[in-house]
Write a protein that binds this ligand. Structure first.
Ligand code: UD1
Length: 419
């Protein structure tokens, strides 16, 4: 298993280009299954989760051709197996996203129940309930979701809880259904909007994406097309957090600043100078120590849970007492235990991490446990005294393209140790 060796103490300074968004690319790749002509998808990030999804499509018989790095032509017409098997799904929970498209387009789907990040229960009951409301017959047997329908019909679905992939799955299932579907209490994340824009570019009729009420008028077919995935707001936020923690300056290029409003507000509260253009954001600490901040995670447009761990790292070295409350996932504080081993003064009170910032962390061997937790350990290592070895970084490779190259470009002393 690869590890990252990081020598702490460098103030980051520089510019980096942000990759395509993993969480938009995954549903968009799944959504290509709805088309009846080839589709070209560009600006895909070079990540393990993307490779897994492409592997899943290929396993189903879909023809995938690489045109240039990270631009794929997907021909869904060659599909001959409507199954997402356990060995692929267990490595990536987002494989559940093929359920809606398979059922909507082919009337049949056998999808293994997902594994994925070890953060809380993360059930998929709302995906299943919504598809049943559209007329699907769904059984859970042998660890598989077995769904059948002749043609789904429109329905009014009120989600009990805001769910991102749940909204996306139901949206995809509804695109070819008979009649109008409305999803109430829908997720408003920019990735949902990107998926809807992609589907509309193929002939779907979706209105209201980005609001909590999405309306989908079913159409007979989707044609082919070409689409570029949106930039990754969480990747951008993570590098900007690295600037804040190291008292440095980072300019993230090729991003949409509007997607990061809640996060930028917290950088400002921490004392950063923020500058934005049409497609870039700069966070500059001007060598000053950050101020501790108070955060409660919430669905978009609230503060994203995927940026929680990175701000725990900032608070760990900030001036004052920081309070971070996680409301989306239970058990998403494993990074706190690792940071304590690096000398952070953080205590957990239920779903809240209360920190008393220290001037500097100390290097220690640490272990990544999930995607964003591992990013926060890299941040902690960047501000620690000494050399930190971060183990199990396959979690990082699921969500960050060439993290060591991008950080090195910003001046960090970081090296991948193959294992
Ligand atoms: C997506 C993102 C993930 C992000 C999360 C929250 C992708 C591929 N992943 O995950 O990076 O951290 O949104 O912004 O886009 N829930 C249920 N029943 C369901 C579905 C969800 O109770 O059927 C609960 C979950 O347990 C969780 C909450 O709803 O407590 C939100 O989860 P959800 O938005 O579904 O997360 P994901 O879509 O899996």
């Amino acid at each position: 298993m690869d590890k990252l060796l990081i020598a702490g103490g460098t103030r980051l300074d520089g510019e980096i280009v942000i990759s395509g968004a993993k969480n938009a690319a995954l549903p968009i790749l799944a959504a290509t299954l709805l088309a009846d002509e080839p589709v070209l998808i560009g600006n895909l990030p070079h990540l393990r989760d993307i490779t897994t999804t492409v592997g899943l499509l290929r396993r189903m018989g879909v023809a995938v051709t690489m045109h240039e790095p990270m631009r794929l032509e997907i021909d869904p017409t060659t599909i001959d197996d409507l199954v997402a098997p356990y060995d692929l799904v267990r490595t990536m929970r987002a494989s559940i996203l093929v359920l809606g498209p398979l059922l909507g387009r082919h009337g049949s789907a056998d999808v293994s129940l997902p594994g994925g990040c070890a953060i809380g229960a993360r059930p998929v009951d709302l995906h299943i309930q919504g598809m049943r409301a559209m007329g699907a017959d769904i059984d859970l047997t042998d660890g598989y979701i077995r769904a059948r329908a002749s043609r789904l019909h429109g329905a009014r679905i009120v989600l009990d809880k805001v769910t991102v992939t749940g909204t996306e799955n139901l949206l995809m299932a509804a695109v070819l259904a008979d009649g109008v579907t409305t999803i109430e209490n829908a997720a408003r994340e920019p990735e949902v909007v990107d998926l809807a824009n992609f589907l509309n570019s193929l002939g779907a009729r979706i209105r209201g994406a980005g609001t909590s009420r999405i309306e989908i008028e079913g159409v007979e077919r989707l044609h082919g097309g070409e689409y570029d995935v949106m930039p990754d707001r969480i990747e951008a936020g993570t590098y900007l957090a690295a600037a804040a923690a190291t008292r440095g300056r980072v300019r993230a290029k090729r991003v949409s600043p509007g997607d990061l409003d809640a996060v930028l507000a917290k950088f400002a509260e921490a004392g950063a100078h923020i500058d934005t253009g049409d497609d870039w954001i700069e966070v500059d600490m001007r060598t000053r120590r950050p101020q501790a901040v108070r955060i409660t995670t919430a669905p978009f447009p609230g503060f994203p849970t995927d940026m929680q761990a990175q701000f725990v790292a900032i608070n760990a070295v900030a001036e004052g007492v920081g309070v971070i409350t996680e409301t989306i996932f239970e058990n998403r504080f494993q990074h706190v235990l690792e940071m304590q081993r690096m000398g952070a003064r953080i205590r957990l009170e239920g779903n809240t991490a209360v920190s008393e910032g220290v001037e500097q962390l100390q290097a220690a061997p640490v272990m990544a446990t999930d995607l964003r937790a591992s990013a926060s350990l890299v941040l902690a290592a960047l501000v620690a005294d000494g050399d930190t070895m971060v183990d199990r970084i396959y979690h990082i490779d699921r969500g960050y393209e060439c993290i060591e190259e991008k950080l090195a470009q910003l001046g960090a002393s970081i090296r991948r140790i193959p294992g």
